[in-house]
Design a protein around this ligand. Structure first.
Ligand SMILES: O=C(O)COP(=O)(O)O
Ligand SMILES: [Mg+2]
Length: 225
């Protein structure tokens, strides 16, 4: 039976968002009086959502022992990151090659399309609009849509329900262990792209059905399975 739907990850799969995420990260660190981090290091902290990214940035830089109120420090850092990311979100982000072709091909194959991202809604919707991707998707599930984020299966299952398809008829496409684990736990088949951010690990170690070179290649794989 052909796939009825594709569940697409956003950061590291459709868009290279690291330049903007690194700019916002370093603006936040500077505001807190902390040294910046190279883009490649920030990339290894992306994948489990914005609060997790901020917590890892603080862990890397905010070593002041015995800080009186670490919770207040975290809230300050998160608010600063959010303010800066709203300013630079989409400014330097670029579409990976084959994304538009792949989305068009999947639509032409009759597949429904959903975004399943850990990025919060407040950043996801303007980013999709800015990059001209908003018209391709029937549903958008963000990091704050469900009670749990990927690697929990809940966002994948929620997307299937919104699309009106069974998990077994859906195909997830992502760049990280968060996508692979969420899909496996949801009973959704899953492809990985090798060009994204897998928290610093190789995609070749992921439990996925195949590694594809692009979204266009994923559309081809879907039409053949
Ligand atoms: O916001 C993140 O941490 C990652 O987002 P993604 O799920 O689209 O890769
Ligand atoms: Mg990703």
């Amino acid at each position: 039976m052909p796939f009825a739907a594709a569940l697409l990850d956003l950061d590291g799969t459709l868009l290279d968002t690291i330049p903007d995420l690194a700019d916002a990260s370093n603006a936040m660190l500077a505001e807190l009086g902390l040294a910046g981090l190279p883009q490649e290091q920030v990339a290894t902290y992306v994948g489990k959502g914005t609060p997790n990214l901020v917590a890892r940035l603080l862990q890397a830089r905010d070593t002041a022992a015995g800080r009186a109120d670490p919770e207040a420090r975290f809230r300050e850092a998160l608010a600063s990151f959010q303010r800066h990311y709203h300013q630079c979100n989409g400014r330097r982000a670029i579409l990976y090659p084959g994304v538009v072709e792949g989305l068009q091909a999947m639509r032409a194959q009759g597949m429904k399309l959903a975004i399943v991202t850990n990025k919060p809604t407040e950043f996801t919707l303007p980013l999709l609009r800015l990059k001209g991707l908003d018209t391709y998707f029937d549903q958008i599930v963000c990091g704050d849509t469900c009670a749990e984020k990927k690697p929990h299966p809940m966002p994948m299952l929620h997307a299937c329900k919104l699309l009106g398809v069974q998990a077994a008829q859906a195909l997830a496409i992502g760049d990280s262990l968060n996508d692979a684990q969420a899909a496996r736990a949801a009973g959704v088949r899953v492809l990985a792209v090798p060009y994204g951010y897998n928290e610093g690990s190789s995609v070749h170690d992921l439990d996925v059905d195949a590694i594809v070179t692009s979204i266009e290649d994923a559309a081809r794989w879907a039409s053949e399975h």
